[in-house]
Design a binder for this molecule. Structure first.
Ligand code: ZN
Length: 203
C-alpha cells in the first residue's frame, strides 16, 4: 500500500516537473516578446527626441509609440500570468515531494520491521533445530526415523499432543474403545493417531 502510494506520488512529482519545464519555456518566449517591444520603443523614443523628420513622420512615430506601449503592457500581463503559474506549480511540486518523501520514510520503516522480524524467525528456527537435535539424542533412532517418515508424509507434522481424547494434529476425537486401549498401553509404547497417523504424545 505504501509502495503504491509512493509510486503514484513520485509519478505526480515527475509529471509536475515536466509541466514546469514547459511553462518555463513559455516564460522565456514571453520575456523575449517583451524585450523586442521594449527595444523598439527605445529606438522610436530616440528618434522622436532627435526631432529629425517631417512633422507627419514625427506624428506617426508618436502613434506607433502609443500602440507599442499598449502592446508591451499586454505582453507583460502574459508574462506575469506565466510567472503565477510557475509559482503554483512550484507549490504543487513541494507538496507532492513532501508526500512522496513521507511514503519513502514509511517504506523504509516497514522494511526495517521485515528485516527485524525475519531475523527473529531465523533465530527461532536455529534455536528450534538446535533443541530438536538435543532432544533427538535422548530418543531412540527407530522412533526418530518413524517420526521423520510420518513428518515427510504428513505435511510436516510427525507428532502431536493427545489432549484428553483429541489429537492436536488432526483435531479429531478418538472413540471410547480406542481411548481405553491407548490408556492401557505402557508409557513407552509408541501410539499413533488412527486418523492422521502421527505419533501421539500422551500427557
Ligand atoms: Zn490425528
Amino acid at each position: 500500500m505504501a509502495r503504491i502510494s509512493f509510486n503514484s506520488a513520485r509519478d505526480l512529482v515527475i509529471a509536475a516537473e515536466t509541466e514546469k519545464a514547459d511553462i518555463k519555456h513559455e516564460l522565456s518566449k514571453s520575456e523575449v516578446d517583451v524585450e523586442q517591444v521594449t527595444s523598439r520603443i527605445e529606438r522610436d523614443e530616440k528618434r522622436l527626441a532627435s526631432g529629425t523628420g517631417t512633422p507627419k513622420e514625427l506624428e506617426q512615430l508618436q502613434h506607433e509609440l502609443q500602440s507599442l506601449a499598449k502592446r508591451r503592457s499586454e505582453l507583460e500581463e502574459v508574462e506575469l500570468e506565466v510567472m503565477v503559474r510557475i509559482d503554483a506549480i512550484d507549490e504543487r511540486i513541494k507538496a507532492l515531494s513532501a508526500e512522496r518523501d513521507q511514503y519513502a520514510a514509511r517504506i523504509a520503516e516497514l522494511e526495517e520491521v521485515v528485516v527485524k522480524e525475519s531475523k527473529e524467525i531465523d533465530d527461532a528456527m536455529i534455536s528450534g533445530s538446535a533443541q530438536r537435535n538435543e532432544i533427538s539424542h535422548s530418543i531412540g533412532k527407530e522412533l526418530i526415523d518413524l517420526y521423520e517418515k510420518i513428518r515427510g508424509q504428513n505435511s510436516g507434522v510427525g507428532a502431536a499432543l493427545l489432549k484428553g481424547d483429541t489429537c492436536e494434529g488432526c483435531h479429531l476425537t478418538m472413540n471410547a474403545g480406542e481411548r481405553a486401549r491407548v490408556k492401557a498401553l505402557p508409557d513407552d509404547e509408541v501410539v499413533r493417531c488412527e486418523e492422521c497417523r502421527c505419533i501421539l504424545v500422551r500427557i
